[in-house]
Design a protein around this ligand. Structure first.
Ligand SMILES: Cc1ncc(COP(=O)(O)O)c(C=O)c1O
Length: 403
């Protein structure tokens, strides 16, 4: 039984990290109350500069959530109403909401079966065969809309193959905006950048979500845009605050998507622990791999040699998923599906004109993926029990297979 949650094995444990940091968090909240510092100010600026330093970018701009971060990053990067933005359908719906709310159309390309991330070959194929080349610029053959940007999603905490994606994008004049909402602190070995670099530092801009369950989560909703481009940073900082450059002077059409000062303080406190927590997730993943690798019943996650996965989610592929999920649920183990219905088959995305069969790998894996409990502090004994239930061995003999 998990003491913090009261569930045998929860899917995530949001309570323990806050208990660990309770004194610091409460005193930050007390300070905010006493100073009445709720919007903007030093707490937000301090977190922004520390988060940019963590990601290895020149700038970061705090916003209200990850969906807004992606929308504002797209608009600030030059995506215009009527453009097409290429992405994947195996992602949270917010990726496409952000594209659509920036006024653009979404085009989907299939994923790589090993990593579940955008397949660069499929991106290339779409641009070469699904588009007409007009003056060196791709125009979607079906819609006649100019393709101006690509959004690779670093899904589950593993960076997409950014060198290949960036090279293809550059060849076709597209901007790359990373959806790093699940990948705080993940790294990618980039030949282009000459070494390991952080997710969120490779595109024109990137979006992060600090939804509470993320590797870096607020105590509520929050998000950020990271970028090396001063104009993009400036545009996002204006747009998030009603387009103001200074009080009542509105340079661009904006919205209210400010990051609360209290959330910025919470994030600043938790940021100090992020690298350790990511390491704990990686250790938990390697315990799972030791227990489950080699079974013909399932496939464990593949970490690409050029990627340092931070296991926001630990996702296996298993045939007969419903049966396995029910067995785990009966044993008090909470699981998730990320994501059971690919976006191109969702009614909300029907206007983009896709149907079943268009993205065969995405559709295949959607029926088999199963997310197991994953959080820093997940105990090997719990993982042993989970593996026993999955493999139908309950607990016997599993301990011997621990790495
Ligand atoms: C891949 C991805 N993109 C975008 C988002 C949107 O973030 P938020 O929920 O903070 O708006 C999420 C959050 O779950 C996500 O996982």
């Amino acid at each position: 039984m998990n003491k913090a949650t009261g569930i045998a094995t929860p899917f995530v444990d949001l309570a323990s990290p806050h208990m660990e940091l309770e004194d610091e968090l409460v005193s930050a909240f007390r300070q905010a109350l006493r100073e009445s510092s709720f919007i903007g100010g030093a707490a937000v600026e301090d977190f922004e500069s520390r988060f940019a330093a963590f990601c290895g970018t020149r700038f970061s701009a705090g916003v209200a959530n990850g969906t807004d971060a992606l929308r504002l990053a797209l608009v600030a990067s030059g995506v215009k109403p009527g453009d097409t933005v290429v992405t994947v359908a195996n992602t949270f719906v917010a990726t496409v909401e952000a594209i659509s709310q920036a006024g653009a159309l979404a085009a989907f390309v299939d994923i790589d079966e090993a990593t579940y991330n955008m397949d660069p070959g499929e991106l290339n194929r779409y641009l070469e065969t699904g588009c007409d080349n007009r003056g060196g610029r791709p125009v979607d053959k079906r819609t006649g809309s100019p393709v101006t940007a690509v959004v690779p999603v670093h899904l589950y905490g593993q960076p997409a193959l950014m060198d290949a994606i960036s090279e293809i994008a550059a060849r076709h004049g597209l901007r790359v905006i990373e959806d790093a909402c699940q990948a705080h602190g993940a790294e990618y070995l980039s030949g282009k950048e000459g070494g390991w670099v952080k997710a969120g530092s490779m595109g024109a801009a990137a979006a992060f979500s600090f939804y509470p369950g993320k590797n870096l989560g607020a105590c509520g909703d929050a998000g950020a845009v990271t970028t090396n481009d001063p104009e993009i940073a400036e545009h996002v900082k204006m747009a998030r605050d009603h387009g103001q450059s200074r009080k009542y002077i509105h340079e661009v059409e904006g919205c209210n998507s400010r990051l609360d000062a209290i959330q910025a303080m919470v994030l600043g406190i938790k940021l100090k622990r992020l690298s350790d927590w990511n390491e704990m997730r990686r250790e938990a993943a390697s315990v799972y791999n030791g227990l489950l690798d080699g079974s013909d019943k399932l496939t464990t996650p593949a970490e690409h040699p050029d990627a340092r996965h931070v296991y926001h989610l630990y996702v296996v592929r298993v045939r007969g998923r419903e049966v396995v999920q029910k067995r785990l649920s009966d044993a008090g183990v909470a699981t998730g599906l990320h994501y059971p219905v690919p976006l191109h088959l969702q009614r909300a995305c029907s206007r983009f004109g896709y149907s079943k069969g268009d993205l065969p790998i995405t559709e295949l894996v959607a029926d088999e993926i199963l997310s197991l409990p994953m959080y820093p502090g997940l105990r090997p004994t719990d993982q042993e029990r989970i593996a026993g239930v999955i493999l139908g061995q309950e607990t016997s003999g599993i301990a011997d297979r621990l790495p």
